[in-house]
Design a protein around this ligand. Structure first.
Ligand SMILES: C[S@@+](CC[C@H](N)C(=O)[O-])C[C@H]1O[C@@H](n2cnc3c(N)ncnc32)[C@H](O)[C@@H]1O
Length: 376
């Protein structure tokens, strides 16, 4: 009997496989049959489908070794590709990775153009919060905020990774999902003229806004050490082993492929480099109604991972010295400010529970070992 196999399931099989003791050479499509057994998946050969994901008999045979699909391809990559290209009805209604990114890109494009719309945080219509009050609530000091280009803080943060990072003059810092450049500008002052602060964002309107902000930053500070690149955090447009510190503020939850993001972080960090990330994470699984809501996705809640899953994903990417510190204050502030997103979330939770029972802001620190080693 087949088990239903949605992209969520596939991701979890892929994660388990990558974290398992299965030797890399045994992760090929040729070893598909063995892997099905090892991963406790039922063999789909008879039905020709794996749950709602249709895999033709021919492809199955290819993967069973009669006609290897394509030579040398990894089973995990094969499943990912298959899941990405499947029609929505085959995927049990779940969005593909590209569809998730498109929804996120569209909504954050609007936020960049209109400023003040609802995004990852509460500074939007119907809320008592302002970008300033959100930033203060998550730990930014008055000096940091006073020295920013106007509009760089859009109230989209859920922590203060620049404080977590203990940045030093001369360091190269990269901010994933840099928005209007909020943390990039704060980091640029800390690393000074001998350092560099680079922002990466996949939303063209955000990058355009950040580049305009960079002009006024240069004029007011005389510093010429910031740069904004258009790109996805799943494919970071930065060279291997070139960055001292990776920052990110309320972004990784939005990615449909978090293991890939963490592998990219491990790739671009210099040996001994470190990570300082603030994000939203889950203390327990969300009800389906919240997880599937587009507002909750764009609001940085619907796509958030469990805290323990996050730790495993970071470890599997090869990073060490992992520290995860949940901070309940952010979610409580959002609820107190009567944020529309958190009102909607609260309405869909089990009676007697509140958003902060499910969601937390999480400070994440980790390092890349001085000597590279394989995670498997
Ligand atoms: C909640 S906002 C945070 C912005 C900024 N970090 C801040 O604190 O102001 C999320 C940002 O991440 C970007 N983003 C989301 N998913 C991304 C992805 N997969 N690759 C690159 N950028 C992404 C969005 O375009 C948006 O600018």
């Amino acid at each position: 009997m087949n088990k239903p196999l949605t992209p969520g399931h596939i991701q979890s099989y892929v994660d388990r496989l990558e974290e398992s003791a299965v030797r890399p050479e045994c992760r090929s499509c040729d070893c598909f049959q063995g892997l099905l057994t090892q991963l406790d998946l039922d063999c789909p050969e008879a039905a020709g489908t794996v749950g709602p994901l249709k895999v033709s008999r021919e492809e199955m045979h290819g993967c069973l070794g009669c006609n290897p699909c394509p030579p040398g391809e990894l089973f995990t990559e094969y499943l990912r590709r298959k899941s990405e290209s499947a029609a929505p009805e085959e995927r049990g209604g779940e969005k593909s990775g590209e569809e998730v990114r498109e929804t996120v890109r569209e909504e954050y494009g609007k936020i960049a153009r209109e400023s003040g719309s609802c995004g990852c945080s509460s500074s939007c219509c119907g809320s008592a919060a302002t970008p300033q009050s959100v930033a203060s609530a998550v730990g930014y000091g008055e000096t940091d905020l006073a020295e920013l280009p106007e509009g760089a803080n859009m109230g989209l943060s859920c922590g203060n990774p620049t404080a977590l990072a203990s940045l030093e003059p001369g360091e190269v810092v990269l901010d994933l999902g840099s928005g209007g450049g909020f943390d990039v500008f704060i980091a640029a002052r800390k690393v000074g003229p001998t350092g560099r602060a680079i922002g990466v964002d996949m939303t063209a309107d955000m990058v355009a806004k950040a580049r305009r902000n960079a002009e006024s930053f240069r004029e007011s500070t005389g510093l010429d050490n910031v740069e904004f690149r258009l790109g996805e955090i799943e494919h970071i447009p930065v060279a291997d082993s070139s960055v001292d510190v990776v920052l990110s503020n309320c972004v990784i939850n939005l990615s449909p492929d978090k293991p890939q993001v963490w592998r990219e972080i491990a790739r671009i960090l210099k040996p001994g480099g470190r990570v300082a990330v603030s994000d939203l994470a889950l203390l327990r699984p969300l009800p389906d109604a919240v997880r599937e809501s587009a507002t909750a996705l764009v609001g940085c809640v619907g796509g958030a991972a469990l805290v323990d899953e996050t730790r495993e994903t970071i470890r599997a990417a090869g990073l060490t010295e992992i520290s995860l510190e949940p901070k309940s204050g952010y979610i409580e502030s959002m609820t107190e400010w009567s944020d529309p997103l958190y009102r909607e979330i609260a309405a869909n939770l089990a009676p007697g529970t509140k958003p902060s029972d499910y969601v937390t802001s999480l400070n994440i620190s980790a390092s890349k070992p001085e000597t590279e080693r394989s995670a498997s």
